[in-house]
Design a protein around this ligand. Structure first.
Ligand code: HEC
Length: 429
């Protein structure tokens, strides 16, 4: 459990450090020593006191091997510290991941916590290209082409609940690099292969399509599809082709097909003109038309709706790195927030046309067109607390200036103008 205030966390931290040092100094009974060390590490979880967290960090990569996993799970508050993206830090942990992949029964214990930590933590990326290359070389696995052949021949046999080690590794590291924006760098893209030697490589890189479509683009604006740097065009095409391949393959690998279908829930993917026709054949539910009310709107409102659909709605589904909640994780759960209930997304994060329209109108109502800055939809997610306002029970979801918040803001400002122009009649009011 967390300690309630920063002060009490610091007090706890100061109390734990000497206990820990004492345990380290114990000689003789090894089991007793390990037990004491374990207690100190466990007690450190969420004690947000820098010197203590640094010690936990040291233990998670360089401590006694039987305590490393415990230490890495005790770094459970990724806000406290940034992980150094260095060889010294990563090497022992990367080999723990590889080893854990070979032992299915111990994966949850050996690998699970590290994958979670790597996916959520802030990373301190090294400055030089050379160092970044070394880092990704350790993090991103490569698979010998002959292992792919083995995979081809025995594919049906291997489609079992527990992934074989290569697959497990591909999926885990895929999750890390595609969910953590700190790791999405040009040096990572340098590793994005032109051709894929094995299906595991395809699995590893498949989700690139999701973030690369908006990578390096300026903030999107209503009626303006942002364009990324031209240098990325071939990479984006490669990512789309890899994706489409999973949809049109006549004898698809189920695991790749299912991952592709899950990714297709994202509007940036299912509205892509190259992807849509292929998707229509295998998952028609994800290529629905917008509800008729949208088509009946004036053009300016339609543009506002499309911006909401393509950019704002995905922000409502995105899990916050800190607490893993998304807006819909609270507001989309029936009965949880009666003052503003939104339509939930499906298990992949797909929002039906109906649900999307419902959420659009619900949030439009939270825009105060007469005094935009006072709009609930702008203030609640920042958890603004003042004499007259009591913040947001869902806590602070964004900081001003966050890309997600700026996207929301652009939508709100555009809609507020439309609302004052009294075009609102056709947008759900
Ligand atoms: C952990 C749960 C949780 C999360 C996550 C969450 N909220 Fe909330 N939200 C609440 C609760 C509870 C309330 C009702 C109490 C209040 O107004 O603070 C609320 C109220 C609101 C309201 C005011 C509704 C009204 O009309 O009174 C808005 C607007 C809102 N949230 C927007 C958001 C947005 C946008 C996000 C995501 C960026 C979000 N919330 C994420 C729990 C959450």
């Amino acid at each position: 459990m967390g300690y309630v205030t920063p002060k009490s966390a610091e007090m706890m931290g100061k109390a734990i450090l000497p206990v820990w040092s004492k345990a380290e100094a114990l000689t003789g009974d090894r089991a007793a020593k390990t037990q004491q060390l374990k207690l100190a590490i466990e007690a450190s979880a969420n004690a947000t006191f820098d010197p203590l967290q640094k010690k936990v960090l040291d233990y998670s990569s360089g401590g006694p091997e039987n305590l490393r996993t415990l230490a890495s799970t005790s770094l459970s508050d990724p806000r406290v510290i940034s992980l150094p993206a260095t060889q010294e830090f990563l090497e022992p942990l990367a080999s723990q991941i590889t080893r854990g992949a070979q032992e299915p029964e111990r994966r949850t214990e050996l690998v699970g916590p590290l994958i979670k930590l790597f996916s959520r933590a802030r990373w301190d990326m090294p400055k030089t290209d050379e160092q970044q290359k070394i880092f990704y070389g350790l993090l991103v696995p490569s698979f010998a082409p002959e292992r792919g052949k083995l995979e081809e021949n025995t594919r049906n046999l291997l489609q079992m609940e527990k992934d074989p080690p290569d697959w497990y590794l591909a999926r885990s590291i895929s999750q890390v690099i595609h969910s953590n924006p700190d790791l999405q760098t040009p040096a990572l893209l340098d590793k994005f292969p032109k051709t894929f030697a094995t299906p595991m490589d395809e699995m590893l890189w498949l989700p690139t399509v999701k973030w690369l479509s908006s990578y390096g683009t300026p903030l999107p604006a209503v009626k303006e599809e942002p364009k990324g740097p031209d240098t990325l065009t071939p990479l984006r095409e490669r990512a789309v082709n890899l994706f489409v391949k999973q949809l049109i393959d006549e004898k698809p690998d189920r695991r790749l097909r299912n991952s592709a279908l899950a990714l297709a829930a994202d509007p940036r993917i299912h509205t892509d003109p190259k992807i849509r026709p292929a998707l229509a054949k295998v998952k028609p539910a994800y290529v629905e038309e917008d509800v008729p009310e949208v088509n009946a709107m004036p053009a300016a409102w339609q543009a506002n709706f499309q911006y909401f659909k393509n950019w704002v709605a995905p922000e409502m589904i995105k899990a916050n790195r800190e607490d893993e909640f998304s807006c819909l994780g609270c507001h989309g759960v029936a009965g949880r927030v009666p003052s503003m209930e939104l339509s939930a997304a499906d298990e992949n994060g797909y929002q039906s046309s109906k649900g999307l329209y419902r959420n659009y109108t619900a949030l439009l109502e939270r825009i105060n067109e007469n005094d935009v800055e006072k709009s609930k939809i702008l203030r609640k997610p920042l958890n603004v607390q003042s004499g007259k306002e009591d913040g947001h029970q869902g806590g602070r979801r964004f900081n001003p200036g966050d890309r997600g918040y700026e996207i929301l803001r652009r939508w709100v400002l555009d809609a507020a103008v439309l609302k004052t122009q009294k075009l609102a009649g056709s947008a759900g009011n």
